[in-house]
Design a protein around this ligand. Structure first.
Ligand code: DAH
Length: 349
């Protein structure tokens, strides 16, 4: 009677396996026959009712049944997988004779390019790149830089204040100087550049933007001279505008430097003869700089009798406009036309 049970399952499976079976049905069969309560599994529990002398044979037959099922299962499974792969290969076949599709690649923004080339040059001269917050304290943006409240030079930087007059959107990257000097605690020499966004309440037009980019440089050490600043500026000018550029300093005024200068380069367009880019002067102003004012050094914990240094600041948009011949600053922000970026892609850095 037990053997009959085995025979019954045997012939049941035989006819099942003769029919067509898909992946889903195959897994169902596995549960149906080999699962916890599967038809083959439960045969094991019948063994206790089998007369002793038949137990061995019965056990062997159950095992045989299991093996037959498993072999069949594996065989079908393998065949189905193979069929699946073949189907996939057929449907995903690549026609290598078809023309390729153009892949649109991104490109670096001109502002980013100028920053990157300045960083590369100045890092090779031993400067570290540091960043500061765009929401800044009045204390760092103005006060400690020798621009106390009511100082007339504040007018030149019409500022976005945030709730009262303690916090603002930084109007220049110079507050990062203050932060680094405070960190140095009057003990460490400093050599840093800080690129970043700056904000002023300017009406947007072809040459003004309420949001723009600056890069600040600060070097504090011992026995630094204006000559060191000039040499550094010369390297920058040549890297950005070509080996043939001459540079000059013009006296200027910034509260945080003394003396202060405007940094000019000889016009790359007319080579100094005078044209509309240099407004007939032969020179183009590209940044401000000077020797760090002793008042600022002291404000930030450096003893001006022991330490001195220089600082400089560039407007990155201005450099990019000059370098790439862009006449409207808004071109850099209105990303509605990617052809603009592509245009810069074709140029040398
Ligand atoms: N912060 C100045 C500005 O926004 C630029 C500048 C001038 C920075 C002279 C300096 C400097 O560090 O020494 O107009």
């Amino acid at each position: 009677m037990h053997n009959e049970k085995i025979k019954e399952i045997e012939s049941e499976l035989k006819s099942i396996f003769e029919g067509s079976i898909d992946q889903k049905r195959l897994e169902e069969l596995k549960v149906e026959y080999m699962g916890k309560n599967g038809k083959i599994t439960v045969l094991n529990s019948l063994i206790k009712d089998v007369p002793n002398e038949e137990k061995k044979e019965f056990g062997m037959k159950v095992n045989e049944l299991k093996n037959t099922f498993n072999t069949k299962y594996e065989e079908i499974k393998e065949r189905l997988e193979e069929e699946l792969i073949n189907e996939k290969l057929e449907s995903e076949a690549i026609d290598v004779t078809l023309p390729g599709t153009n892949i649109l690649s991104g490109s670096a923004h001109p502002i980013e390019r100028i920053i990157e080339s300045l960083e590369n040059l100045l890092m090779s001269m031993g400067y570290d790149v540091v960043e500061g917050p765009e929401v800044e304290k009045d204390l760092y943006n103005f006060e400690l830089l020798n621009l106390p409240k009511g100082h007339p030079a504040r007018d030149a930087q019409d500022t976005f204040y945030i709730k009262g007059d303690e916090y603002l959107l930084r109007s220049q990257t110079s507050p990062v100087q203050v932060r680094e000097m405070l960190k140095g605690e009057g003990k460490e020499p400093i050599r840093i550049i800080c690129p970043g966004k700056t904000y002023r309440r300017d009406e947007d037009d072809a040459t003004h933007s309420h949001e723009f980019t600056q890069m600040e440089g600060l070097l504090v050490d011992k026995n630094i001279t204006l000559g060191d600043l000039k040499g550094t500026f010369e390297e920058i000018a040549k890297m950005l505008f070509g080996k043939g550029r001459s540079t000059r300093f013009r006296p200027s005024y910034y509260p945080f430097t003394e003396p202060s200068v405007e940094m000019d380069i000889s016009c790359f367009n007319c080579n100094g003869k005078g044209c509309n880019i240099c407004k007939g002067t032969g020179w183009i102003t590209v940044g401000g700089a000077g020797m760090v004012n002793p008042i600022v050094l002291r404000n930030c914990g450096y003893d001006p009798d022991k330490w001195n240094g220089f600082a400089f600041g560039f407007g990155i948009e201005r450099l990019a406009m000059l370098k790439y011949g862009v006449e409207d600053i808004r071109v850099f922000y209105m990303n509605h036309d990617v052809r603009m970026l592509k245009e810069f892609d074709r140029r040398e850095y």
